[in-house]
Ligand binder design. Structure first.
Ligand code: MSP
Length: 597
């Protein structure tokens, strides 16, 4: 049972016609042909201009924390980036509301599960709203449309004979809602010194369970999963997570229990045709990605371009179970899974049980929404965990946003340097395309750096290495500050027309750099970018990727901004944060301080 057709790269008419064109024949060198290919695939043709990005859906057993926001901010950034590139982008998030963990949390809170879920789901919405997470759909697994999608999905698997009635005996972690093999658990002591068994990976407590339930033929999917992962080295990124997924396929891959007895779990979707069993919460939750795409009707358009953002803790569910379910149901695996690492506090993963959670709303009040977004995306490295402190946020934002970017904007738009409050003219004699004017070799290097920043940032956004994009932008901002500093335009004599032209050129070049930085930063810090671009007089239709034409005057072309009046908002781009104004709160300690990993 193989589906090789599912793994074929998404083809494109443009590419086909290019291959048939006389220019794509043997007369091109191997290198030229591959560049042509790369270029074509980076410029999707009209019919491929759809993009579907998802976050995991969030458990409602606890309030949102900064780690959750991180998953959402990455997805939001990629969604905004695709919109700027002219894509029709769909971005879905939501809440995961079924299962034992939620049932127990509602019980502990003394609330009816549906009221409990509605309440916490609303909290996630509030956080996302105030952090500018511009999702286009929000799935709650308690919604009727989702139930319909899950029931349909289950029935397809059942009809294909991929689900059978069996019994499961083994370890289960309620906290992770996950079944574990004996080699995945170890001995530990709980906070009262009692011996318990825990998951090696998450450190969460596991319990032995023995139940009649429905099993999914996961073991049968090993060859197809190997085909998919082996044939698509970029399907799971970064590479270390792709390797981890392949490694799991070398290990034991038993069939998976996909339901629980109703006597233990009531809060969930009943198995179609057997009300005594409730569908396993992970099967239920994963289908949310299809629900938001319209499944069972009209989902194809989005499904073929689905990209998932997931934390490393839920990789196995997304890179093994989910593709197997999808293949079983006759659907292709997701096009791409972007995995990110975790935010720790004091070296430990942020979690309610450890009492070290950082509240995203509190932090966005302290540092502004864009401040928090910038910090998370600038410091968060997909490959490895990062430790959070308020101090780091303050230092980073002061250095890169307030001083470097804000300082540059302020210098070039302040009345002292720019009394006419315009985008001044560029003088080709002062800054000729070849050296010989007043510009020095370092200035030419700066222009080269900004020119190559565009494809570099594009590449980093495409691969979800947002921190690399921000690192590159920040380095260029420093170079532009260096350019202004080097030429001390405030010392030039305005009465001398040569000096005046050179001064205008310095400001023109700097504003051009700022325009590029502001445009490139929009997916990360939409409010700051908007303020910056508006101050430069850039209009709505001029903020897209297509308008990223850097310093056309240097190539002898017209610049639409030259002579334009600057925007009226001359306020500070980003206020410096002072430690006395930053109410540095240490995360609250929970009463239940488990000493597990
Ligand atoms: N409900 C499941 C996902 C189902 S998707 C079909 C779940 N929920 S979660 O609320 O526990 O986690 C949601 C996301 O938040 C995951 O990507 C997870 O990795 C991320 N994070 C949770 N804590 C985190 C940190 N401390 N740091 C970074 N991300 C973290 O898993």
């Amino acid at each position: 049972m193989r589906f090789p057709f599912l793994f074929a790269t998404r083809c494109c008419k443009t590419l086909r016609s290019l291959q048939q064109s006389p220019f794509f024949g043997p007369s091109l060198s191997k290198h030229q042909r591959s560049s042509a290919l790369i270029y074509t695939s980076a410029q999707p043709c009209q019919e491929d201009r759809s993009y579907y990005i998802t976050t995991p859906i969030f458990y409602v057993n606890a309030s949102p924390h900064l780690g959750h926001l991180y998953s959402a901010v990455i997805a939001d950034c990629l969604h905004r980036y695709k919109l700027l590139r002219g894509f029709n982008s769909k971005f879905t998030t939501g809440t995961d509301e079924h299962g034992l963990k939620i049932q127990q949390a509602a019980e502990a809170a003394g609330k009816d599960p549906s009221a409990f879920c509605a309440d916490v789901s609303e909290q996630f919405k509030r956080v996302f709203g105030s952090c500018n997470i511009s999702y286009t759909d929000y799935t709650r697994t308690t919604q009727q449309r989702h139930r319909r999608a899950v029931e349909h999905f289950w029935s397809v698997l059942w009809d294909k004979g991929l689900i059978y009635k069996g019994s499961y005996e083994g370890w289960y972690s309620t906290q992770d809602e996950s079944f574990l093999t004996p080699s995945q658990v170890t001995d530990a002591l709980d906070s009262s010194g009692k011996e318990i068994r825990v998951s090696l990976e998450s450190g969460h407590k596991v319990e032995w369970m023995k139940e009649e339930n429905y099993m999914f033929r996961l073991s049968a999917f090993r060859p197809q999963l190997l085909d998919w992962l082996g044939g698509n080295p970029r399907a799971v990124q970064p590479e270390r997570f792709h390797r981890a997924a392949l490694q799991w396929l070398q290990e034991d891959l038993p069939d998976l229990s996909v339901s629980r007895q109703r006597s233990r779990l009531q809060w969930g979707i009943p198995v179609p045709g057997d009300a005594g069993q409730i569908i396993y919460v992970w099967l239920d939750a994963l289908v949310n990605y299809l629900t938001a795409a319209g499944y069972p009707d009209g989902h194809e358009r989005w499904w073929r371009v689905a990209h998932h953002i997931v934390g490393k803790d839920i990789l196995k569910f997304h890179a093994i179970y989910w593709p197997a379910f999808l293949l079983g149901a006759g659907l292709p695996p997701p096009e791409l899974i972007h995995v990110h690492s975790h935010w720790t506090v004091g070296g430990k993963k942020m979690s309610k049980s450890l009492g070290n959670v950082v509240d995203p709303l509190e932090r966005s009040q302290m540092f502004t929404t864009d401040g928090v977004r910038y910090f998370l995306l600038r410091q968060g490295v997909p490959d490895s965990d990062c430790d959070y402190t308020d101090d780091k946020v303050m230092k980073l934002l002061n250095a890169e946003i307030a001083d470097s970017l804000g300082g540059l904007l302020n210098r070039c738009t302040a009345p002292a340097l720019n009394p006419a409050q315009v985008y001044p003219s560029f003088c080709p004699r002062s800054f000729p395309s070849e050296q010989g004017g007043r510009a020095v070799a370092e200035d030419y290097r700066m222009l080269d750096a900004v020119t190559s920043l565009l494809p570099a940032v594009e590449k980093h956004y495409e691969s979800a290495h947002v921190y690399k994009a921000l690192e590159a932008i920040s380095a260029c901002v420093r170079q532009t500050n260096g350019f202004v500093q080097r030429h001390t335009p405030w010392k030039l004599d305005r009465r001398d027309s040569r000096d005046q032209r050179w001064l205008d050129t310095i400001v023109h070049v700097s504003l051009e750099c700022l325009r590029i930085y502001g445009t490139l930063l929009q997916p990360v810090v939409p409010e700051i970018s908007n303020k910056l671009l508006s101050r430069l007089g850039v209009r709505e239709g001029e903020k897209s990727w297509a308008a990223l034409d850097f310093l056309p005057r240097h190539r002898g072309m017209d610049c639409p901004f030259e002579g334009r009046t600057l925007g009226p908002d001359s306020g500070v781009l980003f206020n410096r944060l002072e430690s006395q104004n930053v109410d540095r709160q240490t995360p609250k300690k929970s009463k239940k301080s488990a000493n597990l990993k």
